[in-house]
Design a binder for this molecule. Structure first.
Ligand code: XIL
Length: 360
């Protein structure tokens, strides 16, 4: 039962019209597809977390039922993989790969170069030669291990800084510090040398919200893409993470123009980490879930109108396991609900939105 206050909140979120009705009228989602999906559907993917993948039947079962592609959530981060300069721990990524292969799914590689989750020892990387050796050695090791198994890699993740004033530059990291702007070229060229058949993607976030910062982020992203292509860097695709800030409306025109431009450059488009950050959305579940679904819809509609994405992936599949509360805890203490299945693996309105777009 939706109260008047809840109904008003829904209409404030742009839900009053077709979408709320459409979602409510929509029949229960199509039969789950798992590793199999009919030609013509956009594959649905999610990131997979190592711990529940090993321990929890329901978690495995949900991934099998819904996903055609998996991404290891943190198994390929430097912090996990490389506790010391000489050690590589492939157990988490291998477990996701094995599970994916056993269930007819593919796995994507996330990520080779990122400022986040770097082990402490990388702070000692000093000078261009040292940085080049570490970065290229890492890319070689991972891409040769997974050659032919991981066909799409997020080569550089979150290269662009958060916009503070105006159009941002590159985000500081150990590679930028030691190698300068062209660390990105080096990462892509190395990846291409190691596996010329791999699809190489530049992945970033914050291009979709009407919060005032997205146009600057898009401008920086656009410039980086054009610069890379002009320098002949083997960039094949662009990943839109889609960590949507739920409080804001979607900049639908901005998204459409941006994705059209990427598509026009001959690059593939990937929705890589969709979820809706809900810490500042209304508490009641029915309202919150509707807003979350509406935001995703409003983002995916211009994306799909501009280009058919190679994948539609969420960052997690169930509210039970999501990175969102680590950074965006709700002030009212209620659990976050950013993902398509709730904490008991029940489908939420967001699942219907995903199912709808994957079927387009
Ligand atoms: C997050 C993981 O989900 C967390 O488990 C980890 O602690 C930090 O990183 N953008 C990205 C992802 O590209 O790699 C991040 O994943 C979420 C934001």
């Amino acid at each position: 039962m939706v109260t008047r206050r809840q109904a008003l909140a829904m209409s404030a979120a742009g839900l009053a019209g077709g979408l709320a009705g459409g979602l409510a009228r929509r029949p229960a989602a199509a039969a789950t597809l798992g590793g199999f999906w009919p030609a013509g559907r956009v594959p649905y993917g999610a990131c997979a977390r190592f711990d529940p993948l090993q321990k929890e039947y329901d978690y495995r079962s949900a991934l099998k039922s819904y996903c055609q592609q998996l991404t290891p959530e943190g198994g390929l981060f430097w912090g996990y993989l490389r506790p010391t300069p000489t050690q590589y721990r492939f157990d988490a990524a291998d477990a996701v790969l094995e599970f994916a292969q056993a269930n007819g799914m593919t796995m994507r590689g996330h990520t080779l170069v990122w400022y986040g989750d770097m082990p402490d020892w990388t702070k000692d990387i000093d000078g261009a030669a040292d940085a080049e050796r570490e970065m290229t050695g890492h890319i070689e090791r991972l891409m040769s291990r997974y050659r032919g198994k991981i066909k799409t890699w997020h080569v550089v993740n979150e290269a662009i800084d958060d916009p503070k004033v105006g159009v941002p530059g590159l985000r500081p990291n150990v590679w930028l510090q030691n190698l300068g702007d062209t660390y990105i070229d080096l990462a892509f060229r190395t990846a291409h040398r190691i596996d010329p058949s791999a699809e190489l993607v530049l992945n970033d976030y914050d291009i979709e919200c009407l919060d005032g910062t997205s146009p600057n982020k898009r401008q920086a992203f656009r410039k980086l893409i054009h610069d890379l292509l002009a320098r002949g860097v083997p960039l094949h695709g662009v990943g839109l993470q889609g960590h949507i800030k739920g409080k804001y409306q979607i900049d639908r025109d901005g998204v459409f123009d941006f994705v059209s431009e990427i598509h026009g450059l001959g690059l593939s488009v990937h929705v890589t980490e969709l979820d809706v950050i809900d810490y500042d959305l209304p508490g009641p579940i029915v309202v919150r879930d509707a807003i979350v679904a509406a935001r995703a819809h409003d983002f995916l509609e211009p994306v799909f109108a501009a280009a058919r994405p190679a994948v539609l992936a969420t960052w997690g599949i169930t509210d039970r396991y999501t990175w969102v509360p680590t950074w965006f805890t709700r002030p009212d203490g209620r659990p976050n609900r950013p993902l398509p299945l709730d904490e008991n693996y029940q489908r939420k309105p967001l699942w219907n939105v995903i199912d709808y777009f994957c079927g387009k």
